[in-house]
Write a protein that binds this ligand. Structure first.
Ligand code: ZN
Ligand code: ZN
Length: 429
């Protein structure tokens, strides 16, 4: 947690500017950041990896990068260098040892101790900052030993629970799409024995070797699913005809911990003569992500930019539980956030007069009938969601300071304010 006096002064300024949207750049940076060096490292990373980061949350195309290691390595290397140069030695050999006192990232006393699966210990904020990347990237390396690590495999020592848990346990019941459309070579995993590629909406130009169109449902055969590695294998057999000159496609798909995307794997194309003719790589040229049908059931988190790590849930996150229950959560609001009478923001602030058009537009109003918030009496929202309901792509937040119809300020989603889905929804209960 931030603890400097600098935070308070900056925070107040922020509240007056954009508490409605929620958070300003400065406040987000302050969350959990106790050292300037880490802020700078984040900024450098953001500058150095525009392509990958942009791909992860591209508002328009929804194209998605599946590998995160290129993003993280330079920063992690810097952090590793920093650690070794200061003589950090608390390398834990086994799970039964007591945790060390010192965090390998901030080099300060451990706070809210978390443990990686490689048995290294970090402050909760430090490890989250070190291994969080724009969604759906979810696997990176331990800041100390570089072992594969993700928020799903880091546990909070006091509770024993992982920092993130997926909302689903497997691929079954899910659909994965390429560019926002079901039926254009979308993958459907209804069950292991009922998994198929849908060509129901494919372009008329897609023709098999015999001149016919691909079937609306082309089943995977020889299917296998390894839950431990989240890996699906299966075959698509076009014989006796061909598709794109291929007689068969052999798939290996590796899903991320949250089942948000296919992040690794490949397709081997087999020619009619039996030779393997080419490979397409998931996460590199072949991008599939989970299909989402609505905003309800989802949480949207704010970020500084489309490329940035998202804020925590509870930092003015938007929760769309049902058409009748949508709210802004302030459960983790920064200490500097106060209503204008000095009180803390409510934990749940409901959207009123909610309207969802069944397509991609949500409207709602937040009233500050008691004390105002940053001078505002009313926030009016129009959110226009990107095709797969992963980001708020357009729309605006209008801030009203009195009862007039003239907003004092208008913030545009996708330009001034960035919200994307929380890919990692912890299970209830
Ligand atoms: Zn730390
Ligand atoms: Zn480690």
């Amino acid at each position: 947690m931030p603890n400097s006096s600098e935070e308070d002064s900056v925070g107040e300024e922020t509240v007056s500017q954009s508490s409605s949207a929620a958070v300003s750049k400065t406040l987000l940076e302050l969350q959990g950041n106790t050292s300037h060096s880490s802020v700078e490292a984040d900024a450098q990373d953001a500058d150095s990896v525009p392509q990958d980061a942009a791909a992860a949350v591209n508002l328009d195309s929804g194209a998605e990068g599946g590998t995160c290691s290129p993003v993280s390595s330079s920063k992690l290397e810097r952090e590793n260098l920093g650690m070794t140069s200061t003589g950090f030695t608390a390398d834990i050999e086994g799970p039964d040892r007591d945790p060390p006192q010192e965090c390998a990232v901030c080099l300060d006393f451990l706070k809210d101790v978390c443990k990686t699966s490689c048995n290294h210990y970090f402050c909760r904020d430090c490890i989250k900052r070190s291994i969080s990347f724009p969604p759906p990237h979810s696997t990176t390396a331990c800041p100390y030993c570089r072992a594969p690590t993700s928020l799903y495999t880091v546990t909070d020592v006091s509770s024993g629970l992982p920092l993130k848990a997926s909302d689903v346990d497997s691929i079954f019941g899910l659909t994965f799409i390429q560019a926002g459309e079901v039926g254009v070579a979308s993958y459907h995993f209804d069950a292991l024995e009922n998994s198929y590629i849908s060509y129901a909406s494919c372009p008329p130009a897609w023709k098999l070797g015999d001149g016919s169109q691909p079937a609306a449902r082309k089943p995977f055969t020889n299917t296998h699913y390894a839950a431990e590695t989240r890996t699906f294998t299966g075959e698509i057999d076009w014989s006796p005809t061909t598709f794109g000159g291929d007689a068969q496609w052999q798939y290996t798909m590796v899903f991320d911990h949250g089942f948000n995307a296919i992040v690794q794997g490949h397709v081997v194309a087999v020619a009619p003569d039996g030779s393997s003719s080419k490979r397409s790589l998931f996460g590199k040229g072949l991008f599939y992500r989970r299909h989402r049908k609505t905003i309800f059931g989802s949480v949207f988190l704010q970020a500084l930019s489309p490329f940035a790590v998202q804020a925590e849930k509870g930092v003015a996150s938007y929760h769309f539980e049902s058409p009748d229950h949508c709210y802004i959560s302030y459960t983790r609001a920064p200490n500097a956030w106060h209503l204008d009478d000095g009180s803390r923001p409510p934990l749940e602030k409901p959207f009123e007069n909610c309207f969802f058009d069944g397509g991609n537009v949500f409207r709602g109003t937040v009233h500050w009938r008691g004390p105002s918030f940053g001078g505002a009496r009313r926030w009016e929202y129009e959110m226009i969601f990107a095709p797969n309901f992963e980001c708020i792509a357009e729309g605006q937040l209008s801030v009203f300071k009195d009862d007039s119809d003239q907003p004092a300020q208008v913030l545009k989603f996708g330009e001034d304010v960035f919200y994307c889905i929380d890919y990692d929804i912890p299970k209830r209960g």
